[in-house]
Design a protein around this ligand. Sequence first.
Ligand code: MLT
Length: 396
Amino acid sequence: MKINKNFLKLGENYLFLIISEKVKRFKEKFPKKDIISLGIGDVTLPVCEAAVSAGLKAIEEMASAETFKGYGPNNGYLFLREKICKSYSERGVNISVDEVFISDGSKSDIGNISDIFSNENVCLIPDPTYPVYVDSNIMAGREITYCNAEERNEFLPTPIPEYEKSDLIYICSPNNPTGAAYSHEQLKSWVDFALSRNSVILFDSAYEAFVSNDVPHSIFEIEGARKCAIEFRSFSKTAGFTGMRCAYTIISKELEYDDVKINELWSRRQSTKFNGVPYVIQRAAEATLSAEGKTQIKKNIDYYRKNAEIIMQKLRHAKVKFFGGINSPYIWMKCPESMKSWKFFDFILEDAGVIGIPGSGFGKNGENFFRLACFGNHERTEEAIERLCRSILKKL
Ligand code: MLT
């Protein structure tokens, strides 16, 4: 018996697990310390009314033989896929229902998409990055090259000849962790690069609901993307579904490699390894795309945006440099006096009782940075950032 030895090349633990274990140990040591988390990007506001009542109605349908549902369609119920297509068309993007694949999360889809591409492909992943892109390719044994997302390019690397060897190109915009978002022109340069190289762009737009200026919400707003990109979207951050689990992946029928339609290959993969998202959850997700649901979820997004404003205002006041926060629920702040990220994590936890995510956990270019999330409540967020700024000032 042999194991997949690629797993031994992974870091010992997933970043967010390392943090929660560190915090657990700290709490055991200082049980009285009041701790506020601006760490993992998990929503806190309840699921909107429209989704709750649709979900309740759907569970009642399960209680009667006439309306009971067993296995659903593998790629998702038509009612949800139609609503998703409508929401794209409202932004001028045409997607057909058979290009939409409903799933239980973007994390799973982004990790699993790797199944349908050869392990001989080389990946191009930004540094810093969402750890799933890296870990899932290490598991597959693929070669990874990194593109530098740094202060000098405002954390938005664009294609250069050195990236010549890149087949699977990962882009997250608005970005986790830096909060940076690509403009139309910048994304177009990636689409042109991918088309010229016969590469595929794996476009993670889990945070598109936070876009507040004219940057693209979808890679399909860019001409040519239907022939070179796959888009991953989620109800998690958009509609507070982190505990409900529903997402979707868009694969155009024009996307082909090795003369094979990727849409059909993914459908084949999903029908073998995935049995779909519960009917009740899909009904709840559908309701978030109704007029009433959209208003309700926008209210929640605006609430989180206000947290970002609170944080940004206090950081400006304390003269702390930061990025993000405009089109994203994440603020990417510079650690004072070039302090190492993990050192800053320990210092802020001990001194201020605040949890953030050390930038170096997202890659070497994240060193000396610290990520703050905006998913808490106003009062506690304000308290946390005040404490954090006080600790910084004390240190300087
Ligand atoms: C994060 O904090 O980066 C997110 O919670 C990660 C995720 O959505 O899986």
